[in-house]
Ligand binder design. Structure first.
Ligand SMILES: [Zn+2]
Length: 189
């Protein structure tokens, strides 16, 4: 099978993603705040995320590195946040991509943070070789759903100076989710 969707540049850089679930876990959806997500252990590649809850916007600041000159320049992009009601009460946040789609994950590419449709990462129909990818995504989705459920029930972050059991579980689910996404990124690119 010809892998005509393959983009060498993307393969080298690997696509970096930000999920609404991580933002929720980091607490930046509860109030206007800033967090940084690192994509590598050396803490070289990162995105700084700033939320404005009332304005329902999120701003991403990051460095792009030119693969030829290795020069870095600062980039910034933003998107809208939107909410849908949860069964258990409260609401759940989503990103509204610039294309108008409501999504849970945005990917960093040459046009900033956009959804997988914008970057043509429509893996399902494109490559039967990646059968594992679909189950990987549904696993990631299940992990995110479980964490969201816990999060909606968790009343407090600390108890006796320690993270509550629920939050410890949420953190664990978050790290499993991240691992899952990393494996998927590797499988896809
Ligand atoms: Zn999009």
């Amino acid at each position: 099978m010809r892998r005509d969707y393959y983009d060498k540049r993307i393969e080298v850089e690997r696509v970096k993603q930000v999920s609404i679930f991580s933002l929720k876990a980091y607490g930046v959806l509860d109030q206007d705040s800033v967090c940084t997500i690192w994509w590598d252990d050396n803490k070289e590649d990162s995105v700084r995320i700033a939320t404005d809850i009332q304005a329902e916007t999120v701003r991403f600041s990051y460095n792009l590195i030119d693969s030829d000159s290795e020069e870095a320049w600062e980039q910034s992009s933003g998107c809208w946040l939107t909410t849908t009601p949860c069964n258990l009460g409260g609401h759940r946040y989503w990103f509204t991509c610039l294309c108008g789609r409501r999504v849970g994950v945005l990917y960093r590419g040459n046009d900033g943070f956009r959804c997988r449709h914008c970057y043509n990462l429509t893996y399902e129909s494109r490559n039967e070789n990646h059968r594992g990818v679909n189950s990987g995504f549904s696993r990631a989705y299940r992990l995110a759903r479980r964490a969201e459920k816990l999060q909606s029930k968790a009343k407090r972050l600390f108890y006796s100076g320690q993270f509550t059991k629920k939050y410890q579980q949420i953190f664990m689910l978050n790290s499993q989710f991240k691992q899952c996404m990393e494996t998927l990124n590797r499988a896809l690119f």
